[in-house]
Design a protein around this ligand. Structure first.
Ligand code: ATP
Ligand code: MG
Length: 411
């Protein structure tokens, strides 16, 4: 009676080793035929010599794995194949087929061996299946990692492109915006220069009369006031442009209690709303510790409150502004500014985040406020911003962001 082997290796490993040594070329040939017949991808359309080379390599890979438990050649092979197709056209089915053709070749040889018992055959199959399963899992992990890497790279590139495009738009917008006040200042100052020349001529030929002098003084006053106002406006635009560009990256993260911080910012804004008659309330159901960019939070709160004060309420109407700090359902932080003012029409809602979009042009609005907030929230805080509004029913802006800000804004 045959003694039952203590371990599987004892009975079937030497048998497999002998078969792989003796029938190497045949197993490879059968594998190549099988794979060419069953592939409609690249491997099937390759010259036979190339497929042969690949299958030979796979033969060694799986021999090392199954007979000697050495996974290194397999890992190197997977790495090799997945790197070859760095363009991500690589299919995991190619690698799967590679293993199957090895298995097919081995079983083809086994079936011809009458000396192989049924039990040995089953054990062989089990051995091959184990290796197959483990290999598939590994391939999937490697492939997923590569896909993730490619996705990350693509995202980074996209973000960079978007940023550059946004910056391009911003620069063009700034140039356009600054052009107007600077143009007016130039016109006014050259007008003044003309008037000075005319005055001087009259003075020189002693024809200067009291009336000329008075009219000159009026014109000169108007021209210089116009010049100063427009240069100031240009200066403000440049200052807000600098804010967009600089503030985002200049500030470090720090740990602080969000509710107390926002309350402080709100208090410091008192002079903006104290005498307006508007009710400004602060709400926070609890404390919330965050590790993020305090300066950005302050900028966001300031802009939101100032927007509500500037845009929400028509002259003479008294309203309510509520600033709320709480933990969102996802565990992140949430800052919300709500007013019960005139609201924003759906058509305008789509545009308020654009740089330089303002309904307050000529009265101090540059249209950069919400654009800056949007950039700060999405790029620096790693969060998102939502605006809900209906004409006549007020506006709510909700800013949600992780309690721990991403390290370093994306380059
Ligand atoms: N709370 C609000 N209620 C009604 N309209 C608003 C509110 N907040 C913003 N808006 C609208 O969105 C536009 C864009 O706002 P944004 O803060 O970007 O620019 P701005 O306030 O006009 O100018 P800036 O903030 O640069 O001084 C505003 O001009 C206004 O029409
Ligand atoms: Mg604003």
């Amino acid at each position: 009676m045959r003694r039952r082997p203590a371990t599987r290796e004892l009975s079937v490993q030497p048998l497999l080793a002998a078969m792989l040594a003796e029938h190497r070329d045949e197993i490879i040939e059968v594998g190549v035929d099988w794979v060419r017949e069953h592939s409609d991808d690249l491997r099937g359309r390759r010259p036979r010599s190339e497929t042969l080379a690949l299958v030979q390599r796979e033969f060694e890979v799986y021999r090392a794995l199954i007979l000697h438990g050495d996974p290194a050649p397999r890992a190197a092979f997977i790495e090799h194949v997945t790197s070859l197709r760095a363009a991500m056209t690589f299919n995991i089915s190619t690698l799967v087929r590679g293993f199957l053709c090895f298995r097919h070749g081995v079983m083809h040889v086994v079936e011809r061996h009458e000396t192989v018992t049924l039990r040995q055959r089953l054990e062989l199959l089990e051995l091959l299946d184990d290796a197959y399963l483990e290999t598939i899992l590994l391939m999937t992990d490697v492939y997923t990692d590569k896909l993730k890497g490619a996705l990350r790279t693509a995202q980074r590139e996209l973000l960079h492109k978007e940023k550059m495009a946004a910056l391009g738009g911003l620069v063009a917008g700034v140039a356009h915006e600054i052009n107007t006040p600077v143009g007016v200042a130039i016109t006014a100052s050259s007008l003044l220069a003309d008037r000075v020349d005319a005055l001087r001529a009259k003075f020189d030929d002693r024809s200067l009369r009291r009336r000329d002098m008075r009219s000159f003084l009026d014109d000169a006053r108007e021209a210089s006031a116009l010049t100063a106002a427009n240069l100031r406006r240009a200066g403000e635009l440049i200052a807000s442009f600098k804010k967009v560009a600089v503030d985002q990256s200049s500030e470090e993260r720090r740990s602080f209690e969000l509710a107390a911080y926002v309350r402080e910012v709100l208090t410091s804004l008192g002079p903006l709303y104290k005498r307006t008659g508007h009710q400004v309330r602060f709400e926070a159901p609890g404390e919330l510790r965050v590790h993020t960019h305090a300066g950005a939070i302050s900028q966001i709160v300031t802009n939101l409150v100032s927007n509500a004060l500037t845009h929400a309420f028509p002259e003479g109407q008294v309203g309510e502004i509520v600033l709320r700090v709480e933990q969102g359902p996802d565990g992140g932080a949430r800052v919300e500014a709500r007013d019960n003012g005139r609201g924003i029409s759906p058509e305008l809602q789509a545009r308020v985040f654009e740089p330089f979009f303002t309904t307050n042009r000529g009265r101090g609005g540059s249209g950069l406020g919400l654009h800056i907030i949007h950039n700060l929230v999405t790029e620096l805080l790693g969060g998102e911003i939502q605006l809900r509004s209906r004409p006549g029913e007020g506006t709510t802006v909700t800013v949600s962001f992780p309690t721990s800000a991403p390290e370093g804004a994306p380059a």
